[in-house]
Unconditional design. Structure first.
Length: 367
């Protein structure tokens, strides 16, 4: 197998249980972006076995895929649903929807009317992130929802919002968002929402005041810290990384010192050495902008990437005395090698991006 992402489903189960124990309220396992690159359906099943009582996705197609895989329970919520989505199919599959505008709310209600079945809707309020959620229209959105509830077209399944800086514990913006959320809840009391939810992974881990009736856990469920700089490592919170990434050595060869490596000659060998060509590249999710910065592990030894990362391959410096040969495994990240956080630091990005960008050409192997 040229390249594979090994996903430890027992780690997913462990992490869900650990988060549940910490939160003491139901956990929504967030499965957007193909379960953060780990695989939508296998992770959904593992999360349920770990104790998750809700599943959440960004795209409606992801929630539909969960239902079509035979996962009929528990509640599944989809929140990135612009006008024009197939709301009738969502309602018929018992998928909870989100509305943050009158346009979307009206379309959902129209779909419910056509289907003859009420839609379960979570109203999203903007409490300070200035991204999703109603802001100036909140009272109007609540009033419109109240009318649809009275007519039997909509059930208010929840009211929710999203933190902007929960991964900065103690930042005043977090308290301000909680206050804004409480104010929005007061306005929405007339709807009697089933659940109120604000916490993401970071808030679940460090902000007990923000847990309300339900927490949405994404990155933490995969055993990664929301921010290692401000919050510390995942191990601090009893979380286990679930993914390791490996690829095969395509070629090993001796090269002299002073030769240029890969496109543009951005790396020059300092002395005679052995280089290995790894059969994986930026088309698979290895970040090109981390050329000459990343490290990988071969036979338990951490070695550097040499030169630019190419579409399907990159070069590593194995060292003059290496016994590695073509066909050997290279550990790109995971237990015994560099971590996802190491890769994120070398790439100038966050661990979320590293795992979610592992592409479909990389086979997922579950254990």
């Amino acid at each position: 197998m040229r390249a594979k992402a090994i996903v430890d489903l027992s780690a997913i189960k462990h992490n869900v249980k650990s988060l549940q124990d910490r939160a003491q309220v139901p956990v929504m396992a967030v499965l957007k972006a193909d379960a953060y690159g780990h695989g939508l359906i296998p992770v959904a099943r593992a999360a349920l076995e770990g104790g998750a009582q809700w599943l959440g996705t960004a795209l409606l197609s992801e929630s539909i895929a969960i239902r079509e895989a035979g996962i009929t329970q528990p509640r599944v919520m989809s929140w990135l649903t612009p006008p024009g989505e197939n709301f009738q199919q969502a309602i018929s599959l018992n998928i909870d929807l989100s509305a943050s505008s009158l346009d979307v709310l009206d379309e959902i209600a129209a779909a419910a009317r056509m289907l003859g079945q009420p839609a379960r809707v979570h109203l999203e309020v903007d409490t300070g992130m200035t991204r999703g959620g109603a802001l100036g229209q909140w009272s109007d959105l609540v009033s419109a929802t109240e009318k649809y509830v009275s007519s039997g077209l909509i059930k208010c399944a929840g009211v929710w919002s999203h933190f902007a800086r929960a991964d900065e514990p103690g930042h005043p913006a977090n308290a301000a968002q909680r206050t804004s959320f409480d104010e929005a809840l007061t306005i929405a009391e007339v709807l009697k929402p089933e659940v109120r939810h604000l916490s993401n992974s970071a808030a679940t881990l460090v902000d007990a005041q923000a847990r309300y009736d339900l927490v949405r856990t994404g990155i933490a469920m995969y055993g990664l810290s929301p921010d290692v700089t401000t919050m510390g490592s995942a191990a601090k919170y009893n979380l286990l990384p679930a993914m390791s990434l490996t690829a095969k050595l395509l070629l090993v060869k001796d090269v002299p010192g002073g030769v240029a490596v890969s496109y543009g000659g951005t790396a020059i060998t300092k002395s005679a050495t052995k280089v290995g060509v790894v059969a994986m590249g930026y088309a698979d999710g290895v970040p090109r902008h981390a050329s000459n910065s990343l490290s990988v592990s071969v036979d338990g030894k951490v070695v550097p990437v040499l030169g630019r990362i190419c579409m399907d391959q990159f070069v590593i410096d194995l060292g003059r005395d290496s016994l590695s040969k073509a066909g050997d495994d290279v550990l790109l990240f995971g237990d015994g090698g560099p971590s996802v956080d190491d890769w994120a630091a070398a790439s100038g990005t966050i661990n979320y991006e590293i795992v979610t960008r592992i592409g479909p050409r990389v086979e997922r192997v579950y254990r």
